[in-house]
Design a protein around this ligand. Sequence first.
Ligand SMILES: *Cc1c(COP(=O)(O)O)cnc(C)c1O
Length: 462
Amino acid sequence: MKYISTRGQAPELTFEEAMLTGLARDGGLYVPAEIPQMSHDEIAALSGLSYEETAFRVMRPFLGDCFTDDEFREIIAKAYAGFGHAARAPLKQLAPNHFLLELFHGPTLAFKDFAMQLIGQLFEVALKRRGESVTIVGATSGDTGSAAIEAFRGLDAVNVFILYPHGRVSEVQRRQMTTPADSNVHALAVEGDFDDCQAAVKDMFNDFEFRDSVRLAGVNSINFARVLAQVVYYFSSAVSLGAPHRKISYTVPTGNFGDIFAGYIAKQMGLPIEQLVVATNQNDILHRCLSGQGYFKGDTIPSISPSMDIQVSSNFERALFYAYGQDGAAVGQLMNELKTGGFNVSQGAMQALQETYVSGRASEEETMATIKSEWAASGELLCPHGAVGVKVANQLRVADIPMVTLATAHPAKFPAAVEEASGIHPPLPARMADLYERDERVTRIDNDLAALEAHIRKNIAN
Ligand SMILES: *Cc1c(COP(=O)(O)O)cnc(C)c1O
C-alpha cells in the first residue's frame, strides 16, 4: 500500500512514512494510491463485533506491512482503553430515523480523541522500532491540543509542545492542556490569537535547521492516519443500523473537512452511504463552495461552535483531488490561487463534488434554538457543534433513509453556550469532575519565533 500526494510531486511513501511525515514535501496531503474495498459479506460480518475488532478489520488493509496484526491489535486496544463508554461510539435515537453518534466519550470529550489516541500509540511503536524520537509541535484553538497532550503524555519517544492563544480557549479546554503532570508535554500560552499560533508553527517547519535538529513532527488533521481512524465509526454505526442491507446517511459538523472526508473514504470502501451532509456554522465557506459559488476566503467570525470557525479547510484539498480525477497539477494550481484569495471549481469537478456531498449552514440563533428544542424533544443536551449538525440534518434528510448526525463534542466542553440556550448547566463526566481542582502547569510566552524555538530546545534537552 503506497501513499501519494494530492499535488503529485512528492515521493510515494508507506503508511508509516506518511504518518510520521504529515505534510508532503510538495505542500500536498497524502492519500492512499488505491482505496481498499470491503465486500458486502465482509461488511455484514462486522455486525455485533466490538469497536476494537471493527477498527482492526476496517483499518488493517491501509497499513500494508508496517505493523504486524498482533502489534496493531494491541495498539487499538490501548488507544480506546481510556474511553468512558464500553461501546466507544454509542448511538442514541433523537427521533424516528434520526440518530446521534456520540463521539465524545474519549479522554478530552471531543471526537479528536478517536484519531489522536490511535496515532499516539502508532507513533510510540514505530519510533521505538526505529530507535528515533520526535518533537511534536501544534497550534490549537482548543480541542486538538488537549487531545494531542492526552494522547502523547508519558510516551518515551515524544515531546509535545502545544501553542494556544492566551485567554482565548474555554476553561475546560485550557485545564485539559495544563493539568497533565507528565514531563514530556508542554502547554504554551502564546500572547496572540490562533492565527499567530498557527503561523508560528508553520515558521518552525520552514526553519529547516530547527526542524531537523529537534526532529519536528506534525499531528494536525492533514495526517492521513487521523482520517483513517475516523473511518471506523462510520462502519460501526452503519452496521448497527442495518448496513450493508440498507443505506445510511450522515451529517457532519465540519471545519477542516477531516471528519466528513473519513465518511467519503468509508463510502469508497463500499459502505452504502446515501447522503454525506456537510454542516457549517456562520463561517460557511464550504457551504458556499458546494453551492457552486467558488471557494473564496473571507474573515473568520467567532461563533459558539469555535472548532468550526475556519476559512482554509485543509482536508478539502483531498476532496478536490478526487473531484478533479486525481489530477495533482490541477489541485496545485487551485492551492496557488487560494494564496491570493480563492478559486472557482471547474464544472466537471463541481458535478463530482455535488454527487458526493450536500451542505447546509446554521446561524448562531438557529444553533441556540436547536440546543433548546432538542433538549425538549428528546432530552439530549447537544454541544453547539452537534446542534449545527442536527439543525442541518433536519433540513436536508430524506424520508426512509436513517440519518446519523455526528455529536463531535460533549456539552460540558462548552458550558456557557449550552446553559444560555437550554437553562441547563452540563456537568463534566464523573471521571474528570476534579478537573477544576487539579494543578495547572503552563508557560506564558511571547509571539516570537526565536523565543519559542529557544524554549523548545531547552525543554527537550531535559
Ligand atoms: C475539530 C472539530 C470539528 C470539525 O471537524 P473537522 O474534521 O475539522 O471538519 C467539529 N466539532 C468539534 C467539536 C471539533 O473539535
